[in-house]
Design a protein around this ligand. Structure first.
Ligand code: HEC
Ligand code: HEC
Length: 324
Protein backbone atom coordinates (compact mmCIF):
# COMPACT_ATOMS: atom_id res chain seq x y z
CA UNK A 1 0.00 0.00 0.00
CA UNK A 2 1.12 3.48 -0.83
CA UNK A 3 2.35 5.43 2.21
CA UNK A 4 -0.03 8.32 1.73
CA UNK A 5 -2.96 5.94 1.69
CA UNK A 6 -1.64 4.39 4.88
CA UNK A 7 -1.55 7.81 6.45
CA UNK A 8 -5.09 8.60 5.30
CA UNK A 9 -6.17 5.28 6.75
CA UNK A 10 -4.75 6.17 10.12
CA UNK A 11 -6.85 9.32 9.95
CA UNK A 12 -9.89 7.27 9.04
CA UNK A 13 -9.72 5.32 12.26
CA UNK A 14 -9.47 8.36 14.49
CA UNK A 15 -12.15 8.40 17.15
CA UNK A 16 -14.74 10.85 15.79
CA UNK A 17 -14.95 9.00 12.49
CA UNK A 18 -15.10 5.64 14.17
CA UNK A 19 -18.66 6.37 15.22
CA UNK A 20 -19.68 6.30 11.54
CA UNK A 21 -18.11 2.90 11.16
CA UNK A 22 -20.94 0.35 11.38
CA UNK A 23 -18.90 -2.33 13.16
CA UNK A 24 -19.88 -2.29 16.83
CA UNK A 25 -17.05 -2.23 19.34
CA UNK A 26 -17.53 -5.33 21.49
CA UNK A 27 -15.53 -5.68 24.66
CA UNK A 28 -15.98 -8.41 27.27
CA UNK A 29 -18.06 -7.73 30.37
CA UNK A 30 -16.45 -7.64 33.81
CA UNK A 31 -17.06 -10.74 35.91
CA UNK A 32 -19.09 -10.47 39.07
CA UNK A 33 -17.00 -9.46 42.06
CA UNK A 34 -14.17 -8.05 39.96
CA UNK A 35 -12.53 -4.83 41.04
CA UNK A 36 -12.78 -2.07 38.43
CA UNK A 37 -10.71 1.12 38.43
CA UNK A 38 -10.95 3.86 35.84
CA UNK A 39 -7.48 5.35 35.51
CA UNK A 40 -7.44 9.18 35.44
CA UNK A 41 -6.89 11.26 32.30
CA UNK A 42 -4.46 14.11 31.64
CA UNK A 43 -7.36 16.55 32.17
CA UNK A 44 -7.90 15.02 35.62
CA UNK A 45 -4.20 15.55 36.32
CA UNK A 46 -4.29 19.18 35.28
CA UNK A 47 -7.31 19.83 37.50
CA UNK A 48 -5.99 17.88 40.48
CA UNK A 49 -4.85 20.39 43.06
CA UNK A 50 -3.73 17.68 45.46
CA UNK A 51 -0.77 16.93 43.16
CA UNK A 52 2.18 19.33 43.32
CA UNK A 53 3.12 21.05 40.03
CA UNK A 54 6.64 19.59 40.17
CA UNK A 55 5.20 16.09 40.39
CA UNK A 56 2.77 16.82 37.54
CA UNK A 57 5.75 17.67 35.38
CA UNK A 58 7.45 14.35 36.17
CA UNK A 59 4.21 12.39 35.56
CA UNK A 60 3.83 14.10 32.18
CA UNK A 61 7.42 13.27 31.31
CA UNK A 62 6.68 9.63 32.15
CA UNK A 63 3.58 9.76 29.98
CA UNK A 64 5.61 11.21 27.12
CA UNK A 65 8.13 8.37 27.41
CA UNK A 66 5.28 5.86 27.45
CA UNK A 67 3.53 7.30 24.39
CA UNK A 68 6.64 8.10 22.37
CA UNK A 69 9.27 5.66 23.53
CA UNK A 70 10.86 5.92 20.09
CA UNK A 71 12.52 9.15 21.30
CA UNK A 72 14.88 6.75 23.11
CA UNK A 73 15.55 4.61 20.05
CA UNK A 74 19.11 3.31 20.19
CA UNK A 75 19.33 4.02 23.92
CA UNK A 76 16.55 2.01 25.59
CA UNK A 77 14.61 0.79 22.55
CA UNK A 78 15.94 -1.18 19.59
CA UNK A 79 12.70 -2.01 17.78
CA UNK A 80 9.73 -0.03 16.39
CA UNK A 81 7.58 -0.22 19.53
CA UNK A 82 6.27 2.40 21.89
CA UNK A 83 4.85 1.30 25.24
CA UNK A 84 1.43 2.35 23.97
CA UNK A 85 1.71 0.04 20.92
CA UNK A 86 0.43 -2.76 23.17
CA UNK A 87 -0.86 -0.84 26.21
CA UNK A 88 -3.32 1.14 24.18
CA UNK A 89 -5.21 4.24 25.24
CA UNK A 90 -2.19 5.66 27.15
CA UNK A 91 -1.90 2.45 29.20
CA UNK A 92 -5.31 3.24 30.72
CA UNK A 93 -7.56 0.92 28.71
CA UNK A 94 -9.20 -2.18 30.12
CA UNK A 95 -8.52 -5.35 28.06
CA UNK A 96 -5.41 -3.67 26.64
CA UNK A 97 -3.06 -4.42 29.49
CA UNK A 98 -3.76 -1.33 31.63
CA UNK A 99 -0.47 -0.70 33.44
CA UNK A 100 -1.74 0.72 36.75
CA UNK A 101 -2.26 -2.73 38.40
CA UNK A 102 1.51 -3.10 38.53
CA UNK A 103 1.59 -0.12 40.89
CA UNK A 104 -1.01 -1.60 43.26
CA UNK A 105 0.14 -5.25 43.21
CA UNK A 106 3.95 -4.98 43.27
CA UNK A 107 6.30 -5.84 44.88
CA UNK A 108 5.22 -9.42 44.30
CA UNK A 109 6.60 -12.77 43.18
CA UNK A 110 6.58 -13.27 39.38
CA UNK A 111 6.70 -16.72 37.83
CA UNK A 112 8.51 -15.39 34.76
CA UNK A 113 11.71 -14.64 36.66
CA UNK A 114 11.06 -16.54 39.89
CA UNK A 115 11.63 -13.74 42.37
CA UNK A 116 9.92 -10.78 44.02
CA UNK A 117 9.75 -7.87 41.56
CA UNK A 118 9.43 -4.13 42.11
CA UNK A 119 7.47 -1.79 39.83
CA UNK A 120 10.77 -0.61 38.31
CA UNK A 121 11.70 -4.18 37.55
CA UNK A 122 8.33 -4.84 35.91
CA UNK A 123 8.85 -1.81 33.66
CA UNK A 124 12.40 -2.99 32.97
CA UNK A 125 10.94 -6.34 31.88
CA UNK A 126 8.88 -4.73 29.12
CA UNK A 127 11.98 -2.81 27.98
CA UNK A 128 14.11 -5.96 27.85
CA UNK A 129 11.60 -8.11 25.97
CA UNK A 130 8.74 -6.14 24.38
CA UNK A 131 10.95 -3.21 23.32
CA UNK A 132 13.93 -5.50 22.56
CA UNK A 133 15.84 -2.95 24.58
CA UNK A 134 17.88 -1.92 27.58
CA UNK A 135 15.91 -0.47 30.50
CA UNK A 136 16.74 2.94 31.95
CA UNK A 137 18.86 2.54 35.10
CA UNK A 138 16.94 1.90 38.29
CA UNK A 139 16.58 5.23 40.09
CA UNK A 140 17.38 7.29 36.97
CA UNK A 141 15.27 10.33 36.02
CA UNK A 142 13.62 8.43 33.16
CA UNK A 143 12.78 5.42 35.35
CA UNK A 144 11.42 7.71 38.06
CA UNK A 145 9.22 9.48 35.49
CA UNK A 146 7.81 6.17 34.22
CA UNK A 147 7.17 4.95 37.76
CA UNK A 148 5.45 8.25 38.59
CA UNK A 149 3.20 7.84 35.53
CA UNK A 150 2.21 4.27 36.48
CA UNK A 151 1.62 5.21 40.12
CA UNK A 152 -0.54 8.19 39.19
CA UNK A 153 -2.68 6.04 36.85
CA UNK A 154 -3.38 3.91 39.94
CA UNK A 155 -4.53 6.93 41.97
CA UNK A 156 -7.41 5.89 44.22
CA UNK A 157 -7.17 2.18 43.33
CA UNK A 158 -7.20 -0.54 45.96
CA UNK A 159 -3.73 -1.73 46.93
CA UNK A 160 -3.14 -5.56 47.00
CA UNK A 161 -6.40 -6.21 45.14
CA UNK A 162 -5.70 -8.87 42.51
CA UNK A 163 -9.15 -9.76 41.13
CA UNK A 164 -9.01 -6.89 38.63
CA UNK A 165 -11.49 -6.56 35.74
CA UNK A 166 -9.92 -5.91 32.32
CA UNK A 167 -6.35 -6.58 33.48
CA UNK A 168 -3.71 -8.02 31.17
CA UNK A 169 -4.35 -9.95 27.97
CA UNK A 170 -5.69 -13.34 28.93
CA UNK A 171 -9.45 -13.25 28.81
CA UNK A 172 -9.66 -15.96 26.09
CA UNK A 173 -7.97 -18.39 28.49
CA UNK A 174 -4.87 -20.47 27.78
CA UNK A 175 -6.10 -22.80 25.00
CA UNK A 176 -8.63 -22.46 22.17
CA UNK A 177 -11.57 -24.82 21.75
CA UNK A 178 -10.11 -26.23 18.55
CA UNK A 179 -6.33 -26.05 17.99
CA UNK A 180 -5.13 -22.76 16.45
CA UNK A 181 -4.33 -23.18 12.77
CA UNK A 182 -1.54 -21.41 10.87
CA UNK A 183 -3.19 -21.59 7.44
CA UNK A 184 -6.51 -20.22 8.65
CA UNK A 185 -4.56 -17.56 10.54
CA UNK A 186 -2.76 -16.53 7.35
CA UNK A 187 -6.16 -15.94 5.73
CA UNK A 188 -7.45 -13.92 8.70
CA UNK A 189 -4.24 -11.89 8.49
CA UNK A 190 -4.58 -11.21 4.76
CA UNK A 191 -8.21 -10.17 5.18
CA UNK A 192 -7.98 -8.06 8.34
CA UNK A 193 -4.44 -7.04 9.21
CA UNK A 194 -2.19 -6.76 6.17
CA UNK A 195 -3.77 -3.45 5.13
CA UNK A 196 -2.04 -1.76 8.08
CA UNK A 197 0.72 -4.10 9.27
CA UNK A 198 1.80 -5.03 5.72
CA UNK A 199 1.62 -8.34 3.87
CA UNK A 200 5.16 -8.98 5.13
CA UNK A 201 4.28 -8.05 8.75
CA UNK A 202 6.82 -5.22 8.77
CA UNK A 203 4.34 -2.45 9.53
CA UNK A 204 4.49 0.95 7.84
CA UNK A 205 6.55 4.07 8.28
CA UNK A 206 5.84 7.60 7.09
CA UNK A 207 8.74 10.09 7.09
CA UNK A 208 10.79 7.70 9.18
CA UNK A 209 8.07 7.51 11.86
CA UNK A 210 6.33 4.25 12.75
CA UNK A 211 2.67 4.57 11.79
CA UNK A 212 1.74 0.88 11.99
CA UNK A 213 4.12 -1.23 14.08
CA UNK A 214 5.60 -4.49 12.75
CA UNK A 215 4.31 -7.85 14.02
CA UNK A 216 7.42 -9.91 13.36
CA UNK A 217 11.02 -9.56 12.18
CA UNK A 218 13.90 -7.46 13.54
CA UNK A 219 11.79 -4.46 14.57
CA UNK A 220 9.19 -6.40 16.50
CA UNK A 221 9.04 -7.68 20.10
CA UNK A 222 11.63 -10.37 20.85
CA UNK A 223 11.17 -14.09 21.59
CA UNK A 224 11.08 -13.45 25.34
CA UNK A 225 8.18 -10.94 25.19
CA UNK A 226 4.81 -11.80 26.77
CA UNK A 227 3.16 -11.16 23.39
CA UNK A 228 4.96 -14.21 21.88
CA UNK A 229 2.68 -16.41 23.99
CA UNK A 230 -0.09 -17.37 21.58
CA UNK A 231 -2.78 -16.94 24.25
CA UNK A 232 -1.59 -13.42 25.10
CA UNK A 233 -1.54 -12.32 21.46
CA UNK A 234 -4.94 -13.95 20.86
CA UNK A 235 -6.58 -11.98 23.69
CA UNK A 236 -4.83 -8.74 22.74
CA UNK A 237 -5.96 -9.14 19.13
CA UNK A 238 -9.51 -10.14 20.04
CA UNK A 239 -10.07 -7.04 22.16
CA UNK A 240 -7.94 -4.47 20.32
CA UNK A 241 -7.54 -5.41 16.65
CA UNK A 242 -8.24 -4.68 13.87
CA UNK A 243 -7.70 -1.14 15.13
CA UNK A 244 -11.05 0.59 15.49
CA UNK A 245 -13.00 -2.69 15.36
CA UNK A 246 -12.15 -4.54 18.59
CA UNK A 247 -14.26 -7.63 19.16
CA UNK A 248 -15.10 -8.07 15.47
CA UNK A 249 -13.05 -11.26 14.98
CA UNK A 250 -14.44 -14.54 16.32
CA UNK A 251 -12.46 -16.08 19.19
CA UNK A 252 -11.18 -18.78 16.84
CA UNK A 253 -10.04 -16.20 14.27
CA UNK A 254 -8.12 -14.38 17.01
CA UNK A 255 -6.41 -17.64 18.04
CA UNK A 256 -5.58 -18.56 14.45
CA UNK A 257 -4.10 -15.19 13.55
CA UNK A 258 -2.15 -15.08 16.83
CA UNK A 259 -0.66 -18.47 15.97
CA UNK A 260 0.19 -17.19 12.47
CA UNK A 261 1.87 -13.99 13.74
CA UNK A 262 3.82 -15.81 16.45
CA UNK A 263 5.14 -18.48 14.07
CA UNK A 264 7.42 -15.89 12.46
CA UNK A 265 11.01 -15.11 13.37
CA UNK A 266 11.87 -12.22 15.65
CA UNK A 267 14.88 -11.05 17.69
CA UNK A 268 16.42 -13.55 20.08
CA UNK A 269 15.15 -14.07 23.64
CA UNK A 270 17.77 -12.34 25.86
CA UNK A 271 17.75 -15.46 28.06
CA UNK A 272 19.12 -17.52 25.13
CA UNK A 273 21.60 -20.19 26.18
CA UNK A 274 22.90 -20.76 22.62
CA UNK A 275 20.31 -23.45 21.96
CA UNK A 276 16.64 -22.54 21.46
CA UNK A 277 15.32 -25.99 22.46
CA UNK A 278 17.35 -25.85 25.66
CA UNK A 279 16.23 -22.27 26.39
CA UNK A 280 12.64 -23.35 25.84
CA UNK A 281 13.07 -26.16 28.38
CA UNK A 282 14.81 -23.90 30.87
CA UNK A 283 12.01 -21.32 30.75
CA UNK A 284 9.24 -23.80 30.07
CA UNK A 285 6.73 -22.13 32.40
CA UNK A 286 6.83 -19.28 29.86
CA UNK A 287 7.77 -20.95 26.58
CA UNK A 288 5.24 -23.76 26.80
CA UNK A 289 2.84 -21.07 25.52
CA UNK A 290 5.12 -19.91 22.65
CA UNK A 291 6.38 -21.62 19.50
CA UNK A 292 10.00 -20.80 20.33
CA UNK A 293 12.38 -23.78 20.13
CA UNK A 294 9.85 -25.89 18.22
CA UNK A 295 10.16 -27.09 14.66
CA UNK A 296 8.29 -25.25 11.95
CA UNK A 297 8.79 -25.63 8.18
CA UNK A 298 11.91 -27.67 8.81
CA UNK A 299 13.54 -25.00 11.05
CA UNK A 300 13.76 -24.62 14.82
CA UNK A 301 12.11 -21.29 15.58
CA UNK A 302 14.49 -18.98 17.45
CA UNK A 303 17.65 -20.98 16.67
CA UNK A 304 19.82 -18.00 15.60
CA UNK A 305 22.11 -15.25 16.93
CA UNK A 306 20.06 -12.35 15.62
CA UNK A 307 19.22 -9.76 18.28
CA UNK A 308 17.75 -7.35 15.70
CA UNK A 309 19.04 -3.76 15.84
CA UNK A 310 20.16 -4.31 19.43
CA UNK A 311 23.95 -4.54 19.49
CA UNK A 312 24.01 -7.00 22.41
CA UNK A 313 21.89 -9.94 23.53
CA UNK A 314 21.29 -9.58 27.24
CA UNK A 315 20.69 -6.33 29.15
CA UNK A 316 22.58 -6.51 32.47
CA UNK A 317 19.44 -5.66 34.42
CA UNK A 318 18.10 -9.20 33.85
CA UNK A 319 19.89 -10.54 36.89
CA UNK A 320 18.46 -13.17 39.19
CA UNK A 321 17.65 -11.94 42.68
CA UNK A 322 17.50 -14.05 45.79
CA UNK A 323 17.12 -13.21 49.45
CA UNK A 324 18.93 -16.30 50.72
C1 HEC B 1 4.81 -5.91 22.40
C2 HEC B 1 3.80 -5.51 23.35
C3 HEC B 1 4.23 -4.71 24.56
C4 HEC B 1 4.91 -3.52 24.63
C5 HEC B 1 5.48 -2.75 23.46
C6 HEC B 1 5.03 -3.17 26.02
N1 HEC B 1 4.39 -4.08 26.79
FE1 HEC B 1 4.09 -3.99 28.80
N2 HEC B 1 3.13 -5.79 28.76
C7 HEC B 1 2.95 -6.55 27.64
C8 HEC B 1 2.36 -7.83 28.02
C9 HEC B 1 2.00 -8.96 27.08
C10 HEC B 1 2.18 -7.79 29.42
C11 HEC B 1 1.62 -8.88 30.31
C12 HEC B 1 0.14 -8.76 30.38
C13 HEC B 1 -0.50 -10.01 30.94
O1 HEC B 1 -0.09 -10.45 32.01
O2 HEC B 1 -1.41 -10.56 30.28
C14 HEC B 1 2.68 -6.48 29.84
C15 HEC B 1 2.63 -6.04 31.16
C16 HEC B 1 3.07 -4.79 31.58
C17 HEC B 1 2.92 -4.29 32.92
C18 HEC B 1 2.23 -5.02 34.08
C19 HEC B 1 0.74 -4.75 34.08
C20 HEC B 1 0.01 -5.50 35.18
O3 HEC B 1 -1.17 -5.82 35.00
O4 HEC B 1 0.62 -5.76 36.22
C21 HEC B 1 3.51 -3.05 32.95
C22 HEC B 1 3.63 -2.14 34.14
C23 HEC B 1 4.01 -2.79 31.62
N3 HEC B 1 3.72 -3.86 30.82
C24 HEC B 1 4.67 -1.64 31.25
C25 HEC B 1 5.18 -1.41 29.97
C26 HEC B 1 6.02 -0.28 29.63
C27 HEC B 1 6.42 0.82 30.59
C28 HEC B 1 6.33 -0.41 28.31
C29 HEC B 1 7.26 0.46 27.49
C30 HEC B 1 8.59 0.62 28.02
C31 HEC B 1 5.67 -1.61 27.82
N4 HEC B 1 5.01 -2.20 28.86
C32 HEC B 1 5.70 -2.06 26.49
C33 HEC B 1 3.21 -6.20 26.33
C34 HEC B 1 3.89 -5.05 25.94
C1 HEC C 1 -6.39 0.17 10.80
C2 HEC C 1 -5.04 -0.28 10.99
C3 HEC C 1 -4.81 -1.59 11.73
C4 HEC C 1 -5.38 -2.81 11.44
C5 HEC C 1 -6.36 -3.15 10.35
C6 HEC C 1 -4.79 -3.74 12.39
N1 HEC C 1 -3.91 -3.10 13.22
FE1 HEC C 1 -2.81 -3.95 14.69
N2 HEC C 1 -2.14 -2.11 15.25
C7 HEC C 1 -2.41 -0.93 14.60
C8 HEC C 1 -1.79 0.17 15.32
C9 HEC C 1 -1.80 1.64 14.94
C10 HEC C 1 -1.16 -0.41 16.45
C11 HEC C 1 -0.42 0.33 17.55
C12 HEC C 1 -1.42 0.99 18.48
C13 HEC C 1 -0.96 2.30 19.02
O1 HEC C 1 0.24 2.61 18.94
O2 HEC C 1 -1.82 3.04 19.52
C14 HEC C 1 -1.37 -1.85 16.36
C15 HEC C 1 -0.86 -2.78 17.26
C16 HEC C 1 -0.90 -4.14 17.08
C17 HEC C 1 -0.18 -5.11 17.88
C18 HEC C 1 0.73 -4.81 19.06
C19 HEC C 1 1.97 -4.08 18.66
C20 HEC C 1 2.84 -4.87 17.73
O3 HEC C 1 3.21 -4.30 16.67
O4 HEC C 1 3.17 -6.02 17.97
C21 HEC C 1 -0.49 -6.35 17.40
C22 HEC C 1 0.01 -7.69 17.89
C23 HEC C 1 -1.44 -6.16 16.31
N3 HEC C 1 -1.65 -4.81 16.14
C24 HEC C 1 -2.01 -7.18 15.58
C25 HEC C 1 -2.98 -6.98 14.59
C26 HEC C 1 -3.70 -8.06 13.95
C27 HEC C 1 -3.45 -9.54 14.16
C28 HEC C 1 -4.59 -7.47 13.09
C29 HEC C 1 -5.65 -8.14 12.24
C30 HEC C 1 -6.61 -8.96 12.95
C31 HEC C 1 -4.40 -6.03 13.20
N4 HEC C 1 -3.44 -5.78 14.12
C32 HEC C 1 -5.09 -5.09 12.43
C33 HEC C 1 -3.14 -0.79 13.44
C34 HEC C 1 -3.89 -1.78 12.84
Amino acid sequence: MNKLIAFALLGAVSLPLMAENSVPVQLPAFKEGQYVHQAPTVDDLMNDESIKPQLKEVILKGRDLFMNTQQKRGEYVFNDMNCKSCHMGEGRMNWSGPVWPAATTLPDFRGKNQHVNSLEERIAGCFSFSMNGKPPEYGSDDMLALVAYHQWLAKGAQVYETNIGGRGFSHLGREPEQPADYERGAQVYADNCAVCHGADGQGQHVDGKVVFPPLWGDNSYNWGAGMTRVFTAASFIKNNMPLGKPGSLSDQQAWDVAMFVNSHERPQDPRYTGDAKETREKYNNFHKWTRYGTEFNGQILGQHDNSGDKPFLKPDVLRPRTFD
